[in-house]
Design a protein around this ligand. Structure first.
Ligand code: SF4
Ligand code: SF4
Ligand code: SF4
Ligand code: FES
Length: 690
């Protein structure tokens, strides 16, 4: 132990502790901006400078080791004057945008200004006014992440978390010097045109509003306020635990009931559990695994419920796409079931006749789920995705006293029942453990296998493995960097039958949409809560879910049946490939979005329809044809999509049409004018009926 004196108080701290740790042990508050307990300390903001007896200059407390006998002052007049000057420099280029800022009330710079009442330092001109300190680099090109670099305080945490320290994606780095220093992407490309996988880890560590999730809660609140549409909300397992932290409850507190009651107060008509669909995912994915094992093809099977991981494969390793499970993620399954199953048809005559569908919102710990909901073949099944942080903003906005709500509260039926297996989806290793529980049952080896798989648990270990008698060896990659490591060699092809990858360390309970936390043990606390819910659950295997059994009996037949495939499975394509462009086009056609479809063509592009409509020439004519000539879009169960004929042959452009026919497409492309980064556009799309 090391003895240190902080502002006259003696404290003992562990070897290796910093002066910041020592001050916190002594109960002394030192302001910080660029410090995060889980990331390296670069000491860029200098807000935490302290005076150490005998040292010639003030030292950054966040990076200075506590030395035996050190005598430290944290609040001298000189230090306070320095912090004021430091803040003046930061605020001189910060827009006066707090009232509209998404993280108003949760911004560390704002907290600092408020605590110190530095009124005279605050710029008077709001963002948008001539002369206001505004950066023109506002980047809303990513469907999951927004950047507003005018608010950046250059702490460097985003570059750390996206780079070497955690995710190893290196999408964000630092460029420039002095006042021009800022986090940039390679060639300053808009985020949506980089290899960003939308994991949102950068939004989790940004201390201000420079990196945030693309916000949708305002639209959700306004839609609910109007009470014009039947509304449905589904909530992911990791949200019901972490949301407690937003309202000052102890980390690891399970708030399922409070959250359900808050969602009802916000105006949702039906409050459902994403875990219902997680059980359904397991039924489909477990069956898919056994089918691949029997066929000896497509192994190892990669899980596909993490859109950050799916993005990574599509961007970086399209050769792996045939290994991805075609089973939709729980979010998308739930959306499809809520909009297009017996539940939706029972909402009224318009719903049964295909003229209406419910408004579906999901609450996720994840920013990548926002772009998953826009994927071709999935889009429209979930209308809006909110992060856990956004749900907290909605609740605060309506003045709901979350902590005072009753913890008695149940999800609605029939899409609300779930098992313990679904609950553990929220933790790294949970999807695999849940799949093993059901696959063991389906393979007839359940009796010989344990229910709990400790080897697959843990929020800090990178790659976890277990051997399942009767099934084979499985692996869990905790975080995208672990997956990259596993895939560096070729051994994984032979060693494993199934591999779970979750892009965020810890799994979804460490997701980019979860509450920001400075607690280094936060993942362990959230995980302990998740496993406790599973341990107490009356049913702990997905096949035991009675609502899922009823859905198969009434509508889907059996797992992996044609009906199940139509509603619950999807396809993938390499980013920028012809198949990706075709899937996007067909998605626009299915949703009758002529403008978006036309945007995929060059202005003089041609669509040869191989139907009575002949060749349609020009992007405007294509838009008008989709909007005005095709029969109007149907909704609910009557909404049918085009589907790619093959999941395994990812270059194949054969398509199953909504009316059950088959056709093949060819695409001639030209480089389009998409700013500095040219994007391919369709010059000629040719359809051949098979
Ligand atoms: S979302 Fe993830 S991959 Fe994208 S910039 Fe942020 S940390 Fe990097
Ligand atoms: S964008 Fe946020 S996390 Fe990145 S350097 Fe700026 S303030 Fe820090
Ligand atoms: S691990 Fe979970 S939170 Fe993170 S990107 Fe994947 S699905 Fe989203
Ligand atoms: S918090 Fe120590 S230098 Fe920024």
């Amino acid at each position: 132990m090391t003895m240190v004196t902080i502002n006259g108080r003696q404290v003992q701290v562990e070897e290796g502790a910093t002066l910041l740790d020592a001050a916190r042990t002594a109960g002394v508050h030192i302001p910080t901006l660029c410090h995060h307990p889980c990331l390296p300390a670069h000491a860029t903001c200098r807000m935490c400078l302290v005076e150490v007896a005998g040292a010639p200059d003030p030292q950054p407390a966040c990076r200075t080791p506590a030395q035996e006998g050190a005598v430290v002052d944290t609040d001298t007049e000189a230090l306070q004057a320095f912090r004021r000057t430091d803040a003046a420099w930061l605020l001189a280029r910060h827009p006066d945008d707090c009232l509209r800022c998404e993280i108003d009330g949760a911004c560390q710079l704002q907290t600092l200004v408020r605590e110190n009442q530095w009124r005279d330092l605050w710029p008077k001109l709001p963002a948008g006014e001539p002369g206001s300190p505004e950066d023109d680099f506002t980047d809303h090109t990513s469907p999951g992440i927004w950047r507003d670099l005018a608010k950046c305080i250059e702490c460097g945490l985003c570059a750390d978390v996206c780079g070497e320290a955690v995710q190893q994606q290196f999408i964000i780095g630092f460029a420039g010097r002095g006042g021009d220093r800022r986090p940039v992407t390679v060639f300053e490309a808009p985020l949506g045109e980089t290899g960003c996988i939308s994991c949102g880890q950068c939004t989790l560590v940004c201390p201000v509003g420079a990196l945030i999730e693309a916000p949708h809660w305002h639209e959700v609140l306004h839609t609910l306020d109007g009470r014009r549409r039947a509304s449905v909300v589904q909530v992911a397992p990791a949200t019901r635990i972490a949301i407690s932290e937003e309202f000052g409850l102890r980390p690891g507190t399970v708030s399922t009931g409070r959250m359900i009651n808050a969602l009802r107060q916000l105006g949702f008509d039906h409050v459902f559990d994403t875990n219902f669909a997680a059980d359904l995912t397991i039924m489909e994915e477990g069956t898919e695994l056994l089918a691949r094992l029997r066929a000896g093809a497509g192994l190892p099977l990669f899980t596909s419920c993490c859109p950050g991981w799916v993005n990574w494969v599509e961007i970086n390793r399209p050769d792996l796409l045939p290994h991805l499970s075609t089973t939709k993620s729980p979010q998308q399954m739930h959306g499809a079931i809520a909009k297009r199953s017996v539940f939706a048809r029972a909402l009224g005559p318009d719903f049964a006749a295909g003229r209406a569908e419910p408004y579906v919102v999901s609450v996720m710990p994840c920013t990548a789920k926002k772009d998953e909901a826009l994927r071709p073949g999935l889009s429209g099944d979930v209308d809006h995705v909110l992060t856990t942080r956004e749900l907290a903003r909605m609740i605060r906005s309506r003045g709901i006293a979350f902590g005072a709500l009753s913890e008695e509260g149940r999800f609605d039926s029939p899409l609300g029942e779930s098992t313990g297996a679904a609950q553990i989806f929220g933790a790294s290793g949970g999807v695999m453990e849940a799949m093993v529980r059901t696959a063991a049952h389906l393979a007839g080896v359940e009796e010989s296998l344990p229910l709990e798989w400790e080897a697959l648990r843990g929020v800090r270990n990178g790659i976890k493995t277990a051997t399942l008698p009767g099934i084979g060896m499985v692996a869990v990659c905790n975080g995208i960097a672990a997956a990259q490591r596993l895939l560096e060699g070729e051994g994984w092809r032979e060693d494993f039958v199934a591999i779970e990858v979750m892009a965020c360390v810890g799994g979804c309970l460490g997701g980019g949409g979860e509450p920001k936390s400075m607690d280094p043990q936060i993942l362990q606390k959230r995980a302990a809560a998740i496993y406790a819910v599973d341990a107490k659950a009356p049913r702990r295997r997905s096949y035991e879910n009675r609502d899922v059994q009823a859905l198969y009996a009434s509508e889907l037949g059996a797992p992996n049946s044609p009906a199940a495939h139509h509603l619950l499975h999807t396809h993938y394509a390499g980013r920028g490939s012809r198949r990706a462009l075709l899937m996007r086009f067909l998605d626009c056609v299915d949703r009758r979005d002529g403008a978006a479809a036309a945007n995929l063509f060059e202005p003089g592009g041609i669509w040869s329809t191989a139907a009575e409509f002949g060749d349609i020439q020009g992007a405007d004519a294509i838009a008008a044809f989709i909007d005005n000539t095709l029969p109007p879009r149907r909704y609910g169960a009557a909404f049918k999509r085009h589907q790619m004929a093959s999941a395994a042959r990812t270059e194949d452009l054969t398509v199953l049409t909504p009316d059950g026919g088959r056709c093949r497409f060819e695409l001639a492309l030209v480089a389009g004018a998409g700013g500095d980064a040219p994007r391919a556009r369709i010059a000629h799309l040719t359809r051949t009926v098979l």
